[in-house]
Design a protein around this ligand. Structure first.
Ligand SMILES: C[S@@+](CC[C@H](N)C(=O)[O-])C[C@H]1O[C@@H](n2cnc3c(N)ncnc32)[C@H](O)[C@@H]1O
Length: 293
């Protein structure tokens, strides 16, 4: 276990985030709700086990995973943080998306803003986890969100499979993004040749299990997602049923007549300034992840 208290230097370099949304990252409301629902349901059903995250960045998802640890359970996170990648393609990915903003000490400061103890930290390529340091069958939940390159993701899925126990669930990020075809390839390969059963699809993540997918789907249907602003659909993929959750789309806001008239009648300089202020206010209200991922 790492030191639980940040040094004065670390605390000064990384002011503590006030709430979880202040941590930069790519972990959004719908997946936060899905993680919380699935992890709570496991705990309520007496399913115990450790939690593993491959790819933590500045801790946005790790902090939530830490919220769900029960006595005796352990969270392990694996990330390169400030270390070099093991191959050129992974190094390019790191340089493009994470290097400017990511340090291990920033992750630690963010995590410790919400928890009293750090998780087990493996600062290394996720491929090191194939050495069996995560005991087989020891985990109940694995979040795979590290490299987007096919070779890495295929290895990460193999690590998740070995780590998960009977009722374990895996969440695989970016399985359908345009810029991450390697993730899609690895995920669907695991489905069609590796026995991974789809449970839930969201815009960002694929959730699956090598155990009882129907039971996991029932657990998800135990919540009224529609009442909370989400859409719920069911699909069948090659004979396997899968749920889809997404955000309900709100009707576009009509510009009020007085506001439209004001913008039309004001002199151009004042109109531009007014539009700038309105845009800034809109952006402040929106979730603003850092670029990349
Ligand atoms: C998309 S970010 C993780 C986002 C985080 N889970 C969140 O929700 O905000 C991907 C992370 O994977 C890490 N990473 C990339 N390639 C890796 C590798 N081969 N081994 C370990 N970590 C890696 C990067 O350092 C980065 O922190």
């Amino acid at each position: 276990m790492e030191a639980a208290v940040p040094t004065i230097e670390t605390a000064a370099a990384h002011p503590a985030p006030l709430n979880r949304d202040d941590i930069p990252g790519w972990f959004f409301r719908l997946d936060r709700a899905a993680f919380a629902h699935l992890l709570c349901a496991q705990s309520a059903a007496g399913v115990t086990g450790d939690i593993l995250e491959l790819g933590s960045y500045l801790g946005r998802s790790a902090v939530l995973l830490g919220d769900h640890l029960r006595p005796g359970e352990r969270l392990t996170v694996c990330d390169l943080f400030d270390s070099d990648a093991g191959d050129a393609d992974n190094a390019a990915e790191m340089a493009m998306s994470y290097r400017k903003t990511l340090t291990r000490s920033a992750f630690e400061a963010n995590y410790l803003a919400f928890h009293t103890e750090l998780p087990e930290i493996v600062q290394a390529p996720t491929s090191v986890l194939a050495d069996g340091r995560i005991p087989a069958g020891s985990c109940r939940f694995v979040h795979v969100d590290a490299s987007h390159l096919y070779e890495h993701v295929a290895g990460d899925i193999a690590v998740a499979r070995a780590a998960l126990g009977e009722h374990g669930l895996v969440a695989l990020d970016d399985y359908r993004s345009e810029h991450t075809p390697g993730v899609s390839a690895a995920v669907w390969e695991a489905v069609f040749t590796g026995g991974l059963r789809p449970v839930l699809l969201t815009p960002m993540k694929f959730y699956g299990t090598w155990g009882d997918a129907a039971a996991a789907r029932e657990v998800l249907l135990g919540r009224d997602w529609r009442a909370d602003g989400y859409t719920v659909d069911e699909d069948t993929i090659a004979g396997t049923r899968v749920l889809r959750l997404n955000y309900q789309v709100k009707a576009p806001v009509q510009q009020s007549t007085p506001r439209r008239l004001a913008l039309e009648l004001l002199p151009p300089v004042a109109t531009r300034a007014t539009r700038r202020v309105l845009r800034t206010l809109r952006e402040r209200r929106a979730v603003r992840p850092v670029q990349g991922a």
